[in-house]
Design a binder for this molecule. Structure first.
Ligand SMILES: [Zn+2]
Length: 488
């Protein structure tokens, strides 16, 4: 954009007021070609309106608010207004104008992210400006780079919208707001973090209306459903979910809670932070700043005589001990714990100082999960496994001949995948699984049955070409290493 000389005669075609209030510079090259420089690349509606209005091919170029502002300051307000009607009122004050434009930019960024099904938006300062990325199906994509001046304006606007302290630039801040976009309610969790180049903002988007938390829709096969039922159908005991951040364990936790909550059971959750609001369940947020930790809230919750308690995470000895006590006094407790697989939950509880005897008495089971991207059904083809892959992953060689290959098309925004599916790994107390015939099972710690359904899931889903092959590779590598080095 910086190389194109600005010819303000393009204003005659588009209207001065319309151009200023939408932060654009129309540049007429000749009567067949027009370039419109826009400062807000997310405003698709605006670009459609201009295309319809000018009726000649238009090339859209990205420019900065700063350059738009300079351009408007450099020409007289009257220039270029002969003829075309104005489509929006102009602002005469450039400060006000910038505020309105940044507001629009923020709204359009949210709309674009939601249409792309993004889970979070990242505004990251770097040398010379800011990079804007969104995460779709677990992968980050750059959507825009903006200059330093616009970056500061966007951060200030975000802080204003989030009701954060605008003048606080040295300390992290966390806020939560509710917005209405496309007539639907979304909760935004906004986290502001100072870095050496400036403040970074991460916005997590929670759709408050689109989550039915249905156990049948989270991707369980028939055997996994039976394993899940055996773990969750009980009056007391501990149920743990594990897996790395972003593996969807919170969604599974809510799904289980919804399934087991009923009119004759009192359910209280302790969460940090509360991600979704559930009907019929009392949810208590952790607030470390005023001393409300998982452990301190749990003590009070027990006095409320609940049947089921959900503790967001067990991350210290005190919470682990209180959770065990709660299960021993007849409560059903659900929680997450930081470890990679279902068996690791026991090792982690041992690390947190819980005895093997207590673990065997209290733990009903643990569930680990991963999210795998689904290949786009419109542009997917198949390819044969290469010889090198057959050697690296001998567990596939017998049953899987073809794996999905994606190319990218308009249905998947050229990414090659769309949506995700969960795969699960179960550890279940042996006594709860009398009628089950899970495959790949082994007995661990004498009392627990490990149904390694990651491998089973992977084979089933790869055969159906329902998951991306690249996503499976880390788990297959782990699997091979486990067989070679650990051998339970
Ligand atoms: Zn596609």
């Amino acid at each position: 954009m910086e190389n194109i000389p600005i010819d303000s005669s393009g204003l005659d075609f588009i209207g001065h007021n319309f151009a200023t209030s939408n932060a654009l510079i129309p540049i007429l090259l000749d009567d067949k070609n027009c370039v419109v420089a826009v400062a807000d690349p997310f405003n698709v509606e605006l670009m459609d309106t201009i295309s319809q209005r000018l009726k000649i091919p238009i090339v859209f170029k990205l420019t900065s608010f700063q350059r738009v502002k300079k351009f408007w300051e450099s020409i007289s307000p009257k220039q270029g207004t002969n003829g075309k009607e104005n489509m929006a009122p102009a602002s005469t004050n450039t400060g006000e104008l910038e505020s309105v434009l940044v507001d629009k930019f923020f709204d359009n960024l949210l709309k674009m992210s939601i249409s792309e099904r993004a889970s979070d938006i990242h505004l990251e300062h770097c040398r010379g400006g800011m990079c804007i990325r969104i995460r779709v199906d677990g992968k980050l994509h750059v959507v825009n780079n903006v200059d330093k001046i616009l970056a500061q304006a966007i951060i200030a606007k975000t802080k204003f919208k989030a009701d954060a302290k605008i003048d606080e630039v040295h300390l992290p801040q966390d806020r939560r707001i509710r917005v209405k976009i496309f007539d639907k309610n979304y909760d935004l969790r906004i986290s502001i973090l100072p870095t050496i180049y400036g403040e970074n903002v991460a916005i997590r988007i929670f759709d408050q209306e689109d989550n039915d938390f249905d156990l049948n829709s989270i991707g369980l096969g028939q055997k996994q459903s039976a394993l899940m039922e055996s773990i969750i159908n009980g009056k007391s005991g501990l149920i743990l979910l594990c897996g790395p951040t972003g593996c969807g364990k919170t969604t599974t936790l809510y799904t289980i809670l919804k399934k087991i909550s009923s009119q004759d059971r009192k359910v209280i959750t302790i969460e940090d932070p509360i991600e979704y609001r559930l009907d019929g369940i009392s949810q208590v947020p952790v607030n470390d700043e005023i001393g409300l930790s998982f452990a301190s809230i749990l003590r009070s919750v027990l006095r409320q005589s609940p049947n089921v308690i959900m503790v967001g995470e067990i991350r210290d000895h005190e919470t682990a001990e209180l959770v065990i006590q709660a299960t021993l006094t007849g409560h059903l407790v659900l929680s997450t714990i930081h470890c990679n697989d279902a068996v690791g939950a026991i090792t982690r509880l041992l690390d947190l100082g819980i005895s093997e005897f207590l673990i065997k008495s209290c733990l009903r089971g643990s569930i680990s999960q991963r999210l795998m991207r689904k290949p786009c059904q419109f542009c997917m083809t198949s390819r044969e496994l290469s010889d090198a892959e057959k050697v690296s992953f001998p567990q596939l060689a017998d049953s899987i001949k073809m794996v999905p290959e994606v190319h990218g098309c308009k249905n998947c925004s050229r990414k090659g995948y769309r949506g995700r599916i969960a795969i699960f790994d179960f550890l279940v107390k042996k006594s709860l699984t009398n009628n089950l015939s899970a495959i790949n099972q082994e007995i661990v710690f004498d009392d627990f049955l490990h149904a390694d359904s990651f491998s089973e899931n992977i084979l089933r889903l790869l055969e159906d070409r329902a998951i991306m092959f690249e996503d499976v590779i880390p788990l297959l590598v782990n699997d091979v290493q486990k067989v070679e080095h650990v051998k339970f």
